[in-house]
Design a protein around this ligand. Structure first.
Ligand SMILES: [Zn+2]
Length: 221
């Protein structure tokens, strides 16, 4: 296996996913691009959103390299982009020590079963599950899509909120009463999706709902 990897590195040298500079190992970013993309931030929430969501953290800016990686994974099903995202999570980890130390259960934002079947995976789960497990946080599918929704892309904030209304439900046989949960998703734009998920969890008695998203470009309205 090592020999194969060495040969692969020789024929196709690993390079930064953003600027193409050669890097030491597959999945690696050059220091400059990593520094520019990594932006671990606690997002400010509106008073309305704070009724349901506790802390929301994002790891990077949703533009350039990171947005290309996420889109390639989601829409072109290019799983070879995953190592770059996993390396990105690792780079963000030291800045999230306190947040990750809290014992919680992670909940990926669910896709409609039809969409997940087409895609072959739930990207939030695929991106975060292994890394969270390493941090001592197990992932469980506690939510399901109650109905199909339009893609959020291209909709304004009001239309996004409307589109997501009642889109989620607690999975059959699940009890979230008194639990501390961590919602995970790939992108946080207006927050409509996360907020709707958090509402369902809180209404069913969850004690605390935090959220973690790989990339964001907006604040919660
Ligand atoms: Zn670079």
């Amino acid at each position: 296996m090592k020999l194969w990897e060495d040969m692969l590195d020789f024929v196709f040298p690993p390079h930064c996913p953003v600027c193409d500079a050669y890097v030491e190992s597959r999945g690696g970013w050059c220091e400059d691009c990593l520094r520019k993309t990594l932006c671990v931030t606690r997002l400010p929430l509106s008073a309305g959103a704070m009724n349901f969501l506790d802390e929301v953290w994002t790891l990077g800016r949703y533009h350039g390299g990171l947005s290309h990686l996420i889109r390639a994974l989601k829409y072109q099903r290019k799983r070879d982009r995953l190592p770059y995202l996993q390396r990105f999570l690792e780079a963000a980890k030291p800045q999230l020590t306190d947040f990750l130390r809290l014992r919680r259960l992670a909940v990926p934002v669910p896709l409609h079963p039809r969409r997940e079947k087409e895609r072959g995976f739930n990207q939030a789960e695929l991106i975060f599950k292994e890394w969270l497990a390493d941090c001592g946080i197990p992932t469980e599918r506690l939510l399901v899509r109650a109905r199909e929704t339009e893609p959020q892309y291209g909709l304004d904030a009001k239309a996004r909120a409307r589109n997501m209304r009642d889109a989620f439900a607690i999975a059959a046989g699940v009890d979230v009463q008194g639990k501390e949960l961590l919602l995970v998703d790939d992108i946080f734009t207006t927050g409509a999706t996360m907020l709707e998920c958090a509402k369902v969890l809180k209404k069913h008695g969850a004690k605390k709902v935090d959220a973690l998203t790989l990339a964001s470009d907006h604040r919660v309205k």
